[in-house]
Write a protein that binds this ligand. Structure first.
Ligand code: LMR
Length: 461
């Protein structure tokens, strides 16, 4: 909108904020400034000299474009906006009860009560996090009797769940292994690439998923890991690969470890589901333990979002296994140095919950039962979904891959258009790569989901 100020003797306009700014001076009569149709300035006057400050109301952030919604968390936003009664959110990997309610485990409530009873304070944690948490988290992962723990070869720092822990490690790689590449499975969890991009760590993909078998492309994986430059970091999903739910067999893990050792690569595990995938903490840590037992140096990010349901508490850890305790002390000091300017020190609540549960035999046993229950419910809906697909689809398509997958996700093999059909027609919210979270599926909806998948698979190209 054009604006007019009273007659002026002289005028200066500062600063010129944008090429779109146009000023028309009419000395002695009026001064007029326009900015592409927008109102924008204040004027200051004096008798002899008038200076005008242009306080542009147009944002300095004008050139910032709209970011796309997050491919995973954005699905929940779209789900909330849908009012259809049959809507189902299988997008984000978050556990729901049979009544589709989020679950706060009783054992977590008990651990929180302990905190209240003890009157624990809210003082800052050290940069590396809660000592009691760091101790139990490393022991849960590697086993308290393992050589790496006994020899104090693990540098553990508390992290902001899996993502924050991965981000710390990415910063460590960028700083101390400049130019080293991280090999990432194709496909992988959507945030992995963001993390390494933001940390300016180069990455490339190794083959993992074979669409023909909806299974593991083991040969492709091995040959890509072999072909990578010596000393690369190989990102591996400790168990329950996200998004495919397809894990290597124990024999295949041995071969992967052989190749990584031969090539002098550094294994880098993301362990987001320990105990939640199979129901057993030990079984789900077996891949990591196999590598650690070989004496290899490795990195492991941990998360307690799924197995303890502590999603919003952002509790996890970064563990770096070193070949000597001395190196571990130095690595830990550098992880702290990276953490301090990022977020200063981590939050205490989730760390205390984990430490209180694992440190108390009764609570620890209760948690193990909870994990078995959650993993069991997911396995049962997986079976029910498969039964529905098999019974309803007369085309002869083999849906048995659903049963072979493990963990909270099933990779359906549906493409983007088919996934869109799932959402637009059936109100089933899922990620566009064809992943569904079975942790959000109640038994009562398995048949409905089977109908939606069959329709999308056969009727949409
Ligand atoms: C997922 O993959 O759905 C979860 O890990 C949630 C997330 O942060 O992406």
């Amino acid at each position: 909108m054009a604006s007019t100020v009273p007659p002026l003797a002289s005028a200066s306009i500062a600063p010129l904020q944008n090429d779109g700014l146009k000023a028309n001076f009419k000395t002695g009569t009026s001064l007029q400034c326009t900015f592409l149709g927008k109102e924008f300035y204040k004027a200051k006057q004096s008798f002899t000299r008038t200076s005008m400050t242009v306080a542009v109301k147009v944002s300095r952030f004008n050139d910032i474009t709209m970011a796309p919604p997050d491919p995973i968390l954005g699905v929940s936003e779209a789900f909330k906006a849908d009012t259809h009664e049959l809507k189902l959110n299988l997008g984000v990997g978050a556990y729901r009860t049979e009544d589709l309610q989020p679950l706060v485990l009783n054992v977590v409530k008990k651990a929180e009560n302990l905190m209240l009873e003890r009157g624990e304070n809210k003082e800052y944690l050290p940069i590396e996090g809660l000592a009691a948490f760091n101790k139990v988290t490393a022991e849960l992962l590697f086993g308290a009797d393992s050589a790496v723990i006994q020899q104090q070869r693990v540098a553990t720092v508390q992290g902001l769940s899996g993502t924050g822990s991965l981000r710390l490690a990415a910063a460590l790689i960028e700083r101390y292994f400049p130019g080293s590449k991280v090999l990432i499975s194709a496909p992988t969890w959507g945030n992995h690439k963001n993390i390494f991009n933001d940390a300016r760590v180069p990455w490339s993909e190794y083959r993992y998923y074979d669409p023909k078998t909806v299974g593991l492309d083991f040969e492709g994986m091995i040959s890509d890991i072999k072909a990578a430059p010596e000393g690369s970091f190989v990102l591996l999903h400790g168990c329950a690969h996200n998004p495919t739910g397809i894990d290597p067999t124990p024999e295949q893990w041995e071969i992967i470890a052989d190749v990584i050792q031969e090539k002098n690569h550094i294994p880098f595990f993301d362990v987001a589901y320990q105990g939640f995938a199979s129901g057993s903490l030990d079984k789900d840590a077996s891949s990591v333990r196999l590598f650690a037992a070989r004496g290899m140096e490795l990195l492991v990010a941990q998360s307690y979002s799924k197995n303890l349901g502590l999603y919003a508490e952002r509790i996890g850890a970064m563990n770096v296994v070193c070949s000597s305790s001395d190196a571990a002390v130095r690595v830990k000091s550098q992880l702290k140095r990276i953490a301090r300017p990022m977020y200063s020190n981590p939050p205490i609540h989730g760390a205390r919950i984990v430490a209180n549960i694992v440190g108390n035999t009764e609570l620890f046993n209760e948690w193990k039962e909870d994990m078995e229950l959650m993993a069991g419910r997911i396995k049962s809906v997986r079976q029910k979904l498969y039964d529905g697909l098999k019974a309803k689809d007369n085309s002869g398509k083999d849906w048995s891959f659903v049963l072979k997958q493990i963990g909270m996700f099933s990779f359906t093999g549906l493409n983007k258009a088919q996934s869109d059909n799932m959402t637009n027609k059936w109100h089933v919210y899922m990620t566009k790569d064809g992943r569904i979270s079975l942790a959000g599926l109640p038994s009562a909806k398995c048949d409905y989901l089977a109908d939606a998948i069959i329709d999308s698979y056969h009727n949409v190209n």
